[in-house]
Design a protein around this ligand. Sequence first.
Ligand code: PLP
Length: 318
Amino acid sequence: MTDLTYADIEAAAERLRGAAHRTPVLTSRTANARSGGQLFFKAENLQRMGAFKFRGAYNALMRFDAAQRAAGVLTYSSGNHAQAIALSASLLGIRSAIIMPHDAPALKVAATREYGGEVITYDRYKEDREEIGRRLAAERGMTLIPPYDHPDVICGQGTAAKELIEDAGALDLLLVCLGGGGLLAGCALAAKALNPACRVIGVEPELGNDGQQSLRAGRIIHIPVPDTIADGAKVTHVGEHNFRVIQRLVDDIVTVSDAQLIETMRFFAERMKIVVEPTGCLAAAAALHGVVPVAGLRVGVLISGGNVDLPAFARFVA
Ligand SMILES: *Cc1c(COP(=O)(O)O)cnc(C)c1O
């Protein structure tokens, strides 16, 4: 296994050209005043299907050979990767099947079906989705593209940080939402290549700090399914490909509380007029609540997604 490099991110960017949106970089005087830093928000809530996951999924499917295209793609996901695979597959004329938890947000399940994906549900507290995925892939001959532990997924996700740094200029610090580590690993690859002095910090939910524990222990730590409103970060462990990059390039991993996520959702809705899902608020919450000191720094902040049921959104921001 060779180490991923920035050249792999550049190749992914070429594959995504004309397919993914180059999302805007937003600024807010209020956010700057409140944090003391100069914050550059990469608005991946405005990406196709509402999250950065389109990047990794489309990049992975673009690398399929003719036989893989004919047999189709299979995945498991708590939501956004499912939509990303379903949409990318339908754009490329590939069949998709998605294994989703029975308690996934209704919006995400419905959107996955609308994008043309076949949805297969499982009980996330009793069954192992990776085992189900392997079995179905073998039975149907489909290629499994997992949500984060895959080089092509990591490199697709990294194009978000490439664009952010190209558009905002050099950064002192990059804050990235962390679940399984696809976004963090990819963004670290891009940031450290374009801007070696830029510190890269991952942000996890307080109750799901497996990444933080892993970085400190020097090996991947498994935890029970965390209880958090950040459903996109309800993972039990970071991926192996991801951890290799994170260990090599990520400076630190910090955590934020659900209360801080809710307050950040409110800030985005009220002050910046954007809908951001709880998981999408992780990085911003760390900057806006002083979890990571940002005073006087130029800081890139990944807003990772905006897919939240409206009734849930209304409850959070009320
Ligand atoms: C998947 C997801 C994350 C976490 O990304 P990883 O690559 O698994 O670390 C963060 N935010 C949103 C909105 C997501 O969909």
